[in-house]
Design a binder for this molecule. Structure first.
Ligand code: FES
Length: 488
């Protein structure tokens, strides 16, 4: 069967088609989940992320040491293989989790690991940060998603191009050199904000400095050994990154607003799950990106009845992937059928699936009744619709307010905050997000806003949200919906 060849570039004909078909920044299916349970799953802990990071770096150090001790013997080969897999393979899921900002509770710890892992993978942090935001916005939408690994029609050459590190080396190096020279292609410009572009140049130059220094070191001592520890593991260890990463979406449906059809969850043993930071629960991650990796197995249990049964193992997943890719060599329109996805045709895609309540009640003396104060638990949120606008009402944990001298009004001390409902970055309702440490984390791309000032604290959100007056009268939360100035 012949099918029209699609344009996977981000500025071509298929990107226009995606807009026409309503696939851009659209609303995606979310299964119902108890909001209390979701809130518990969104909790972050430094202890768990630190334990896993120390174990990862510790293993890296152990295998690096073993490789050094066995240099000159064949024993060095498996030692370097393990070192490379931890560096260029397991580094990918650390990069990913910390890029979302969900691994550690302390935000700067996420940033540190994100930058270290970005270097290990030869990914410029800014480029890939925005690339991944787009990937989550328009997952596997042709002409929009820059992270589609298997464009159709599939072919042996394309598949080998994904799996062979030697094939990714020239592209990664060339892109780094290009960005260091200040040349950014049209695709990257399509998803990176203009004011972020200069960072690419400096990040690439920093990489070139470190890698160039390693090369000089190699020349000076007449040995390739330094490069086997810094730089080259990105490529000789990339097989593990590809082994895991290709499973996420390979062969699955394009242009569909339901992650159950375009993402794959695969059961894995605990060792693989450690190396992959539980990203085998990939459908769950895409639907609820505010849930940290260590809570994904529990999230899976919570919503699995609404998802397709996962692949039972990596072997069964790969059997299905390669069978699908082989069919797609001849028939690019062929999809992994996934007949086992529960039918939700007609289901509401919006936030109400999460059990959030949307209402604003009676008006007395100009004050609109937003409901009983006791109806909202600390660290939770509720959508409020009033007039033609939508808002989010939050109740903060009293501990998060202690010591804050930036609350925009005295009533914030009651723990209630009323803000714009929609994130300033995209079409996501903040009442669906995670209330953490006095911040609201957007449910779509993990952008963060300070609930005492409205300030945007974390990319991709850059514009503040507006906060409104809110008070508690006779046990009821009330507001006039008057915007509040910071420090008013
Ligand atoms: S929609 Fe992107 S951070 Fe909120």
């Amino acid at each position: 069967m012949t099918a029209a060849v699609r344009d996977y570039g981000l500025t071509g004909s298929d990107s226009l088609l995606a807009v026409e078909r309503g696939l851009v920044e659209a609303e995606w299916f979310r299964p119902p989940i108890d909001p209390e349970r979701l809130r518990a799953l969104q909790a972050r802990t430094n202890a768990r992320a630190a334990r896993d990071t120390i174990l990862w770096l510790g293993l890296l150090a152990v295998f690096g040491y073993l490789a050094f001790q066995t240099l000159g013997s064949w024993w060095a080969v498996p030692a370097f293989m393990a070192y490379g897999a931890l560096y260029g393979g397991a580094g990918d899921s650390r990069w990913h989790e910390c890029g979302h900002g969900t691994a550690f509770r302390t935000r700067w710890l996420n940033d540190v690991v994100y930058y270290v892992a970005s270097f290990m993978l030869l990914r410029q942090p800014t480029l890939w940060r925005w690339s991944h935001v787009r990937h989550h916005t328009d997952t596997i939408v042709v002409g929009r998603d820059p992270e589609i690994m298997f464009p159709r029609p599939s072919s042996l050459r394309r598949v080998l191009g994904v799996y062979l590190p030697v094939a990714i080396l020239p592209k990664a190096v060339w892109r780094t050199l290009k960005h260091a020279a200040g040349r950014v292609d049209a695709d990257a410009r399509d998803f990176i904000p203009e004011d972020e572009l200069p960072k690419l140049k400096w990040e690439s130059r920093a990489y070139i400095t470190v890698l160039g220094g390693t090369a000089v070191w190699c020349i000076a001592i007449g040995s390739i050994v330094p490069a086997l520890y810094i730089g080259l593991p990105t490529f000789y260890g990339a097989w593990l990154m590809v082994f895991f990463g290709a499973m996420q979406h390979a062969g699955l449906r394009e242009d569909v607003l339901d992650h159950r059809y375009n993402s794959r969850t695969v059961y894995m043993n605990p060792i693989l799950r450690f190396l992959y930071s539980n990203m085998n629960y990939h459908v769950e991650h895409h639907i609820f990106p505010t849930v940290p990796y260590y809570a994904l197995p529990a999230l899976h249990e919570e919503i699995k009845e609404h998802l397709a049964p996962p692949d039972r193992s990596t072997i069964s997943a790969y059997r299905r992937i390669f069978a699908t890719l082989r069919r797609q060599w001849r028939d690019p329109s062929y999809d992994d059928p996934r007949p086992d996805v529960p039918d939700v045709s007609g289901a509401d895609r919006s936030f109400v699936n999460t059990g959030l309540t949307a209402w604003a009640g009676d008006v007395h003396d100009g004050l609109v009744d937003l409901g009983p104060a006791e109806g909202l638990a600390p660290n939770s949120a509720r959508r409020v619709d009033h007039g033609n606008a939508t808002y989010a009402l939050f109740r903060l944990d009293p501990d998060d307010l202690a010591g804050s001298d930036e609350a925009v009004n005295a009533e914030a001390a009651s723990g209630f905050v009323l803000s714009d409902g929609l994130c300033t970055h995209g079409q996501a309702h903040l009442a669906e997000g995670a209330v953490l440490d006095g911040l609201i984390e957007c449910p779509k791309h993990n952008g963060c806003f300070d609930l005492c000032t409205g300030e945007a604290l974390r990319y991709p959100a850059t514009e503040p949200i507006t906060l409104y007056d809110v008070a508690v009268r006779n046990g009821r939360v009330v507001s006039r919906f008057v915007p509040q100035e910071p420090d008013a």
